[in-house]
Design a protein around this ligand. Structure first.
Ligand code: 3HC
Length: 403
């Protein structure tokens, strides 16, 4: 199926980023929100991305004008009536998403695909609200959408194979890298990324090291930005929401560090409102210490050690769980982390990294972390089976990959 015109619902950072990507590929895109103020803010964000390209000499002003003409702002569902594919990017409420999909189904052509950019909600549950559920699919972009190459393609229980193929082809036509992911809470990348970010949050609330030092250490490891700068960019409200969905599905292993909820409660949401772990607006400056002290008084846990392994081994362990559940293949897991989070290319992804370190070493370290930091580090069963069968990684020429 060829997509001649697309739509995006929700003109926030993700929705407008996705609309920019679609217009950049040369397709007309309808961008809808509930009022024209929000729509115009989204269109301004798109213009800013193009203006950046013009300023850098990567595009001419007239090319920018042509691309901007492809973006059609609206508050009405009627403008979707000739769209072949629409991506929903509204906030993470199942109730709201159900309403959006029902409204959308009424106006769209019968053949149109209805995709959701949800970070972690169930695609099958979203699809259950509409009649043409075989046309519903997850199409998950990464922040900032104009830059990050990955698109997770997540079929729900009802999604037809044709819909999956069409969305993979569409993502490729946007010059993105689609990876098919089996449906589970957090899909693939958020399921690996959130435990890593959560571990950084535990380390901070336990006084292991200041946020700046941990960010610096993770940049030295090769991540494009530190965990606290990333939490601030994603928004502490979004992260708290995704953490809850992960906890609901996977239990204590994914229990969110108290500080994430406390930051949300204190309205320290990150870059979007001027204060998160860092201060972006001097007028909002406030000390983080009282929040940390109150958490330490409540939990009694403080003074644990920080190391980059503490964070990265959370990612590796969750990657092993995902592999065990056939969420994606080993190479897709690594590729998704490179393209979706900027995981350092030279380390090849979390599973290649584990093979390089030695699966036996990873297992022992996870057992140690499990004793010293808590059972959230309990090793994925596949790691024990691999070690027992001498799948130790590069040193035995077989691990997650063959060498
Ligand atoms: N919008 C558009 N373009 C942007 C941008 C934005 N918000 N931020 C940066 N860019 C562009 C810059 O203009 C620049 O473009 P150029 O190559 O044409 O000059 C390029 O990206 C690189 O930017 P910078 O030089 O300013 O800075 P960096 O090299 O540090 O890159 C970054 C910035 C791309 C944000 C990088 O730090 C990064 O990859 N960070 C990791 C982000 C990440 O992990 N995202 C995934 C989060 S999980 C998620 O989104 C899922 C959700 O469900 C929660």
């Amino acid at each position: 199926m060829f997509i001649y015109k697309a739509g995006v619902i929700g003109a926030g950072a993700m929705g407008s980023g996705i609309a920019q990507v679609i217009s950049f590929s040369g397709l007309p895109v309808v961008l809808k929100d509930t009022d024209m103020d929000r729509v115009n803010k989204g269109i301004d964000m798109i213009r800013k991305v193009y203006q950046g390209r013009v300023d850098k000499g990567k595009m001419s002003a007239s090319e920018m004008d042509q691309k901007m003409k492809l973006v059609i702002g609206t508050t009405s569902y009627d403008d979707f009536k000739d769209c072949d594919l629409v991506i929903e990017a509204v906030f993470e409420s199942m109730k709201v998403k159900h309403q959006v999909f029902q409204d959308l189904e009424k106006v769209l052509p019968e053949t149109a695909i209805m995709a959701s950019n949800t970070s972690a909600l169930s695609i099958s549950q979203i699809a259950s609200a509409v009649k043409r559920s075989e046309k519903v699919i997850g199409m998950h972009f990464f922040n900032p959408a104009p830059v990050m190459k990955l698109v997770e393609v997540i079929p729900g229980l009802q999604t037809s194979p044709e819909t999956v193929d069409d969305v993979v082809a569409f993502a490729e036509s946007l010059r993105k890298m689609p990876v098919r992911v089996k449906e589970c809470a957090g899909f693939l990348v958020n399921r690996l990324l959130l435990p890593y970010l959560n571990e950084a949050a535990y380390a901070l609330q336990e006084g292991s090291a200041p946020a700046e030092d941990m960010d610096k250490a993770m940049r030295a490891f090769g991540m494009p930005m530190g965990p606290f700068a990333l939490l601030d960019m994603l928004g502490l409200d979004v992260c708290a929401e995704v953490s809850m969905i992960l906890y609901d599905s996977f239990g204590p292993r994914m229990k969110a560090a108290e500080i994430l909820g406390e930051m949300h409660k204190a309205n320290r949401l990150g870059t979007k409102n001027g204060i998160g772990f860092y201060v972006y607006d001097e007028s909002k400056k406030a000390d983080l210490k009282p929040i940390v002290d109150a958490i330490q008084a409540k939990t009694g846990v403080k003074g644990t050690a920080f190391s980059p392994e503490r964070l990265v081994f959370q990612m590796i362990n969750e990657a092993a769980y995902c592999l065990e559940e056939n969420v994606a293949s080993p190479s897709d897991i690594d590729l998704a982390m490179l393209a979706g989070t900027g995981f350092p290319q030279d380390k090849g992804g979390p599973l290649h990294l584990a093979d390089g370190i030695g699966v036996d070493v990873v297992l022992e370290k996870l057992k140690e972390f499990s004793k010293t930091l808590g059972p959230r580090f309990w090793p994925a069963p596949i790691l024990k089976r691999m070690v027992a069968a001498n799948y130790l990684g590069q040193k035995t020429k077989k691990g997650f990959f063959n060498y």
